[in-house]
Each structure stands twice: as structure tokens, then as C-alpha cells.
Design a binder for this molecule. Sequence first.
Ligand code: GRG
Length: 330
Amino acid sequence: MLHKEKHVQFVHKLMHAPETLESIMTEHLKMNAIYWGLSVLDLLDSLPSKEESDEIMKWIMSCRNRDGGFGGAPMHDSHILYTLSAIQSAVILGHLDQIDCDSVVNYIVGLQKPDGSFMGDKFGEIDTRFVYCSCLSLSILGKLDAINQKSAAEYIEKCKNWDGGFGQKESSESHGGQIFCCVGALSLLNRLDIVEKDKLAWWLSERQTSVGGLCGRPEKDPDVCYSWWILSSLAILDRLKWISCDALSAFILHCQDPENGGISDAPDNVADVYHTFFGIAGLSLMGKCDLKRTIDPSYALTHRALESIGINKEKISLPKVEKIKEKKDE
Ligand code: GRG
């Protein structure tokens, strides 16, 4: 059983929590945490009130910098990871109009390198995560054509490995999280032809462990967050049926805190909002626990949120329901 009410309370409690040593130490992640928390509330049909939404939006806008990007908290440097979370949160709250489209687009365009790759910020780290974050931000804003899409896709192709997977950069080992970013970006760029679908789906399905949970690389332990990274990649490739959804959902449910709400990375660990979001998002993708299959695997936003900005179902890459009649569950 999914403890929906408890999870909603868990997120509300976090949003209103007083400052603690832990919250100060994780301040740099606050913008991401806002997106994860709001997404949980959206998936569980419990969006904040108008007053609360306005308050959250005010905080988001206080993280905007002169360069057009957003930091993880007020007065933090801009980074594409937080810029995307700010945009996604604004979409969920119905306040995308408050984001200054031109300056954020300029900021993102300035992150692309001549080889198509993206820096995360002005300090220059390169990672396939940043290609995805940039493409998704621009796609939401309807401005994908502001970057060199051809070279972005070609850069991702260079990061493809012999096993069909993708890594952090060229010659990096395949990793579930990076695969999500590369497949997600290619889906947004309409370049899924670059993916060797069966080979990659085989690698992804091999990440299901004997306890049902998914891991990010061979020989690693399962972690609830891969119920998103791996599963949404399989969904984009239309091969969700290649794993046992029953076994995965049992693993996710086993990682819940039934008393205080929230989901942890693995059974009996401490719950956090990151794993709560990716666990519930995975359950939604599989249509388990009476959750609507409402999250889009490329945009990581609900259909409701996407439709509110005019991105409609035809563009959304959710595979058909009947296709989730998986072999392994039978
Ligand atoms: C909008 C959903 C969304 C995402 C934004 C930031 C980002 C784009 C994607 C991150 C993808 C990623 C790299 C996820 C992996 C996170 C993780 C568990 C890293 C730990 O990796 P390892 O290799 O741990 O240290 P393992 O699990 O292999 O033991």
C-alpha cells in the first residue's frame, strides 16, 4: 500500500520546517528539493494553495541572478541544475510567466560549447546531465532552436558506449543516471535514432536486482532513485515491459516510512524528498497503487503541468498502457 497522505504530510512538513543544521548544510540543494517536493504533491493531487504557491514562487524568484540563471538558494551562483528546477517548479505552480524567458535563454545558450556539449555553469564542468537540463529548460520555454541542436545530439552520440549506454562524458562508463539524461535529451531533440534501442534496453533491464529494485551500474546495490532513471529511460524506448513492474513496485513500497511518510533509497534507511519523488514517479510511470500514469518520462512533469503550458499529449512520450503487460510478471 502506498501511504499517500503520509507522503503529502512529509513534504508539507519539510516545506515548513524551521532552519536546522541539516537544512543549512543542504541549502545548496534547496531549489532541487522544491521541484522534487512540488512534484510529489502534483502526483498525489495535493498541490499547495494559491497563497502558498505565491510564497514559493517569490522564493524561487529570489534565487535569480543577473546572468539570467538561477542558484540553488538566494545569493548562490547560477547553475543549469537549479535553473531547470526553477523553471519546472514554476510550471507546476502555474507561474511560468514570471520567468524572464529571454534572459534565461541567453544564459543557457552561453553554456553550450562548440562541440555541442554543455557546461553546468561559468566554471566550466562538462557533463551529459547538463545537455539534458539545457534541452529540457529550452523545450519548456519553446526555445530549443536557440541552441545548436545538431551538435548537442552529436556530442551525446560521442558519449555512447559499446554496451549501448551513455556516461558522464566521452569514454565514461555507462551509468543509469547519465543514460536517462542522454536518452531524455535525444528524445527532446527528436534524435532517438542515435540510440541502439534493444541493446540499451537489455542493459537497462539487467539493472533489476533479485530484490526487485533497480541499480545504476552492474554489481551495484538497488536504490529507489533508479526507479526513475532506469524506468523512464525504458519508457522513452517503449520497453517498460522488459522489467518486472510488480517486483519493482514491491521494492519501492518496502522503502516507505509508514509512520512519518517519505521514501528512502533502500529498505529501513531514512526517508528524504529526493527518493520520495523518484519512488512515486516510478510508481506513476508503471500505473501502480491507483496512481494515474501521468508523468512524462522526458519532461519529468505531469501531463497536467505540461498541458498548462500548451505541451499536449501528442508530444508526450508515455507508452501505451496495454504495453505494460510484462513477461516477467506473468
Ligand atoms: C529533471 C528528473 C530531472 C533530472 C535533472 C540532475 C539530472 C537531470 C539527472 C541526474 C542523473 C544522475 C547522474 C543520477 C544518478 C544519481 C546517483 C544515485 C549517483 C550516485 O552514483 P554512484 O555511481 O552510485 O556513486 P551507485 O548507485 O552506482 O552506487
